[in-house]
Design a binder for this molecule. Sequence first.
Ligand code: ZN
Length: 551
Amino acid sequence: MKADKIIKNAKIFTADRSNPSASALAVKDGKFVYVGDEAGLSAYEGDVTDLQGKFIMPGIIDSHVHVTIPVGFEYADVGERIEPNGKQDALDIMAKYIKENPGEKRYKFLLEKVFLNGEDIVKEELDAICPDAELQIQEGEGHSVWVNSKILEKHGITDDTLDPIPGLAIYVRKDGHVTGNCIEGAAEIPIVLDSSMELSDEQVDAALQRWIDFSVEYGVCAVFDAGLPGDAKFHEKVYKRLAELDRQGKLPVYIDGSLVINAERDAGEGLEEVKRYHREYDTEHLKVHTMKIFMDGTQKIHTAAMVTPYADIGTTGATAFSAEGIAELLKNLNAAGLDLHLHTVGERASRTVLDGFEMAQKELGDSLKVRVTCAHLEIQDDADLDRFAKLGVIANYTPWWHGENIEDSAVWLGEERSRKQYRCKTLWDSGALVAWSTDNITFEDFTTWNPYLGMEVGMTRVRNEKTRIQEYNRTAAVTPPEDEKMGIEEMLLGFTINGARQLGIEAAKGSITAGKDADFLVFDNDLLTADKEGFSYNKPKDVYFCGKKMN
Ligand SMILES: [Zn+2]
């Protein structure tokens, strides 16, 4: 048989359990037609490359990223990063900036809550330093924002405004009055991205192109896009452009898209919207068959939903859906042939999903086909660890977080519980399907989008001076539990075939197997024996997407 490309003398990690390693492969019409030893190549003729022992693996599948949010952030200036010592210092720094830069319509600052030393800011204090213009302060990754009265007025937020999701997406109130602190779905996108929604097609394309270039450079061949909460219109605008780029042959990354539904009360309407996306966004490399739900928020601002209450404030946080709500939703998704992906950081968030899945399974038995993925899984209750494998719920971790400094979380989790986070190895060994992702919301410099960073930290549970990461993200010690460190093969499988199974594309992608798309990466060095520390500096030499060399 004539082949378009033949490779021999390679060390191939196939991610295919029935044929784990090989030394030769052949590609025809964008697909692998042969994977095996060199003797088997005699049936193929064509251009032969001798790779002299170089390492080959399948294209990376990143099973939880955000493609549409960063397009907005590309054009939304989030503002000056400030690192004050307490609240008064923060107010002084901002007041000084405003005084020195008069005449702006909106002043924007970026502030990590830890710099407030436990104090909180209220709108009256912001009004005092900025009475005539808009003032917003985004917390860290944008799960929370403080704004002054000007912005509340602009968005029509008053003491009578209902919280989008009681207990989770809220306008913080004191004595019945909104304080200007808006949390989770009440905050981030509508306010932070306020100015970016009227982008031209060219602006959207330019932002996407930066991400596409990164993906090609690092060998990311497929992703799950975990959506954009709060602005479905902007999200759809980006999907329209992605579909158009794909039609023009300019999308060398497979995108498994989703649509975010905020609250249980929106589930019915949301389901119809996901069905519509499923019909309308269906080009060769862009598909949508998944509903995305933020079940909870983050630990840092105590919106992650817990089973055991937070040690410092005694509350547990709330989930967006009840277990019954998840069960009901699963029945409807099942009937529509759609899947479900959930942001589940805290113990109660994943437990509620597992409970809901169990209820639906009791009723539907084997006819329940919905692929359910719990993403982020920072902390899980001991009693839930073996339920993923039992129920068949997919566990998605973001391993570059697994080197997190636990000194902060010890404050709210307590010493013992803070030492039991990111227990991915336990789930893997229990037989659960575990996939890895990088979860990012800006195209800043792509450092943390780098899948080899996730692999490094997943293996070492530390981010030190050998790690390719910004200095402020480094941690000094190994994050416990030490025995949750993963091996290199597990990292590679979780970034390839397991991701494909989560996305539902395992018949076409995820391993180097005859009949599948020829997405593969060539490295000068052998990743299986590479040093774990500094693994984040690895990068493929050649990247093939559907048989075509892209770089
Ligand atoms: Zn995410």
